[in-house]
Design a protein around this ligand. Structure first.
Ligand code: G6P
Length: 752
């Protein structure tokens, strides 16, 4: 308040003071000088006229030697208001006649008076007078001089009047200048603040700029500022990333310190623990889901609540009256809140819109997406149901909400509307297609708008981020900052960033089954000889996983290298998935048929090159298989990340085994020491498989060691930690912008 008053008075007083100084030191003296010169010129002219008029009578009366008449003449003449006195001096400089008013000291204006005259002005004790001398000539002969003395007090009066008018004029001018200064300062301040706010925050009212630079004068400055902030945050993030060995404990500390709270809510369709009603009672299963594999350890580290669809036959029996159950069952550390869906809801939301629409839409696996209005309606309804559950479960008005996957594209906006202060981190676990492909979705705008309710929107790769930004650019009127990867929509910022998902690295003290034992036992269970070469595929039975292409590669390899027939088998674990959908049923049939055909062609007796197990395996069983295999084969046609690749690496503490990996997985961007293949190129995959099976131990060790060190550091806690750190920074940035906005409003109020 004080500084505002100071600023205001400064803006007012400064122009006034300037004008006053100008007035005192330049204008008034000039005005005085000017008026004096005008009046002196006037008096000179009057004196000349009077002197001429007096010439004749004075000469006449001089000739008549009539001093009385001269005196009368002079007295009559000084009746003139301004003429003060007259005198006549003869040729000898003797004062002959004068009026009574004539100042004695002037005498005949001899003896140095000329030097003291300035513009005819003489300073006398009774005040200033104007004096002129006019020679009197008769017949060309000099006979003396007339001295006319004018009163100049009227000049003083006129000068004072003029000064008054000038001062009044300048006072008005000063006032106008002061007001102008204040107004200019006010408007330019508001302009600057508006421009700054507009540029930094983005403005929903001007959304059509699409990230193109503003024409406003603040744009370059703000652009630089933003770029600087972004560089700083990237540097800081790099520093944070490298300085942190990401562990569950670090994640907990981060939540507490950077996000001022530990309330984490996860929302996903698939639940981390499924209760099944069996003949022997309730049984708990872990689903085959990359999402669950990744998020569950994070949740164990952070506590909080996981909201998911209760899809198990024993789920209702396991929950309390608030539909909650503490998990993991062995060592409960967080709450699972189940949301119930009717058969119709599950059909429309999960099978229909999510898995017949969005899933094939986002994966380039050559299966046509199907969109139905009825499915969409259910998708909207169920998203709202889950959003309501988030609001219900939140203990504070600013929880950290981790939204998972394509089942909940609308939920971020719904939660944002109910809890504006929430930090919403959405992770899209599957690829994001290019704008043309995404444009097929009849509700594309709604989907993107829903996702832009998020604080952070994460994808596995920068390629998917780029596709998303381009899709927004194509279909929404939003402001996109490509250099900082942020989108401003409806006055809210969303950061779009790549966060490659990962797994929890096994604890050093976590007992692992012995490798040799695993190899032996698994081969025994499969009725295979001791040194049988074993390839392993672990997937959900899904058309995106490239299982058909994998079998074809095995077939091709056996064709090319017949010496491997009878010595190699591929064990394919295929967890049944979304089996009520035609596309999945057809796929299962094709997979089974192909396995049969290849087995018929190359199998003999008990030997089968393809060992297909369409059934669910738990994490422990899968871990044993990883440790027993010689090669793990991941040939997805398109995959956001694929955690099987990382799990296999984590399981191989013997630094043996080879990974064959599709170039169309997110994992291929990180695991460069894998044998990277194009699964559509069957010969290439067959060659890679052969190379893997015949790779020298030393090369296996080199490759495995390098990949293990990467996966160990780039673990799932780092994945979650980086998102939470970015969310904390964005929250901070929002807070700063809110402060700037309120500061700009209050300073404007003060100025006005
Ligand atoms: C993918 C999806 C997950 C999903 C999982 C299993 O990994 O990204 O969201 O949970 O598949 O699919 P399901 O339909 O059985 O949940």
């Amino acid at each position: 308040m004080q500084s505002g008053a100071l600023r205001l008075s400064f803006r007012f007083i400064l122009p006034v003071a300037l004008v006053w100084a100008l007035l005192a030191y330049a204008v008034v003296p000039s005005v005085d000088n000017l008026t004096l010169r005008w009046f002196v010129r006037d008096l000179d002219a009057r004196s000349q006229m009077l002197a001429s008029a007096l010439q004749e009578p004075v000469q006449e009366y001089l000739g008549q030697k009539s001093p009385k008449r001269i005196a009368d003449l002079f007295d009559r003449t000084v009746q003139d208001q301004r003429l003060f006195a007259i005198a006549f001096c003869d040729v000898n400089g003797k004062l002959l006649y004068k009026t009574r008013t004539y100042p004695e000291s002037l005498d005949c204006m001899e003896s140095g008076w000329q030097q003291t005259l300035r513009q005819g002005m003489v300073s006398l004790p009774q005040g200033s007078v104007h004096v002129t001398e006019s020679p009197l000539q008769a017949g060309g002969k000099y006979e003396g001089k007339l001295i006319l003395v004018h009163d100049t007090s009227f000049i003083e009066r006129r000068s004072a009047d003029a000064r008054k008018y000038v001062i009044a004029l300048f006072a008005v001018l000063a006032l106008i200048m002061s007001l102008l200064t204040i107004l200019i300062a006010h408007f330019s301040l508001r302009g600057v603040l508006d421009a700054l706010k507009d540029v930094l925050v983005g403005d929903a009212k001007h959304p059509a700029r699409h990230g193109k630079p503003d024409s406003g004068s603040m744009q370059p400055l703000a652009g630089d500022l933003r770029a600087l902030l972004y560089e700083y945050s990237v540097d800081k993030r790099a520093g944070d990333d490298s300085s942190r060995q990401w562990t569950p404990e670090k994640l907990r500390v981060l939540l507490r310190e950077e996000l001022a709270g530990d309330e984490v809510l996860v929302v996903s369709n698939r639940e981390p623990y499924i209760h099944a009603q069996t003949a022997t009672g309730l049984q708990v299963n872990r689903p085959a889901s990359g999402l669950v594999t990744a998020v569950e350890p994070v949740m164990r580290a952070c506590s909080g609540t996981w909201i998911a669809h209760g899809s198990g036959s024993g789920d209702r029996a396991a929950v309390d009256r608030n539909d909650r159950v503490k998990v993991p069952p062995a060592r409960p550390s967080y709450t699972l809140r189940r949301v119930w869906l009717t058969k119709e809801e599950e059909q429309g939301f999960y099978y229909g819109f999510a898995n017949e629409g969005l899933w094939p839409l986002c994966h380039i696996a050559h299966v046509r997406p199907v969109f139905r209005s009825t499915d969409w309606e259910k998708y909207v309804e169920v998203n709202q149901r889950f959003a309501d559950a988030v609001v219900q479960e939140a203990r504070t008005d600013d929880p950290v909400v981790l939204v998972q996957d394509y089942h909940f594209a609308l939920l971020p906006r719904m939660v944002r509307e109910a809890l504006p202060k929430a930090t919403i981190i959405t992770f899209w676990h599957i690829p994001w297609p290019n704008p043309e492909s995404f444009g097929i979705c009849p509700w594309r705008e709604e989907i993107i708008e829903g996702l832009l309710g998020s604080t952070i929107l994460g994808f596995h790769t920068s390629y998917h981020c780029k596709n998303f930004l381009e899709t927004v650019d194509r279909y929404l009127e939003a402001r996109i900052e490509h250099d900082t990867s942020t989108i401003s929509y409806g006055g809210k910022l969303t950061q779009v960033e790549s966060y490659p998902i990962s797994i929890a690295w096994p604890d050093a003290d976590q007992a692992q089954p012995d490798i040799v034992t695993c190899r032996q036992q698994v081969r025994q269970e499969l009725a295979l000889p001791e040194n049988h070469l074993l390839g392993l595929g672990v997937d959900r039975l899904d058309y995106t996983k490239g299982i058909i292409e994998r079998f074809q590669a095995v077939e091709r390899m056996l064709e090319q290298y017949p010496n491997l027939v009878g010595k190699f088998s591929l064990l394919q674990i295929a967890a049944p998935s979304r089996s009520s959908l035609d596309e999945y049923q057809n796929f299962e049939a094709r997979v089974r048929n192909l396995a049969q055909r290849i087995n018929k062609r190359f199998g003999s007796g008990v030997y089968a090159p393809i060992l297909l197990r369409v059934e669910h395996h738990n994490a422990e069983q899968v871990n044993r298989l990883y440790r027993a295999a010689d090669v793990c084969v991941v040939t997805s046609l398109h995959d956001g990340m694929n955690l099987v690749a990382k799990e296999f690496i984590a399981a191989r503490d013997d630094e043996r085994g080879v990974l064959v990996l599709s170039q169309f997985t997110g994992a291929a961007r990180e695991l460069h020491e894998a044998l990277i293949v194009n699964p559509y190129h069957i010969e290439q995959s067959a060659d890679a498989l052969y190379r893997a099976l015949t790779m020298p131990e030393i090369e296996q060790r080199e490759r495995m060691r390098s990949m293990r060190s990467l996966v160990k550091d780039f673990n799932v806690y780092r994945w979650a930690g980086r998102m939470l750190l970015d969310a904390a920074r964005l929250r901070q940035r929002e807070r700063i912008m809110t402060k700037i906005r309120s500061h700009s409003r209050s300073s404007l109020r003060r100025v006005v």
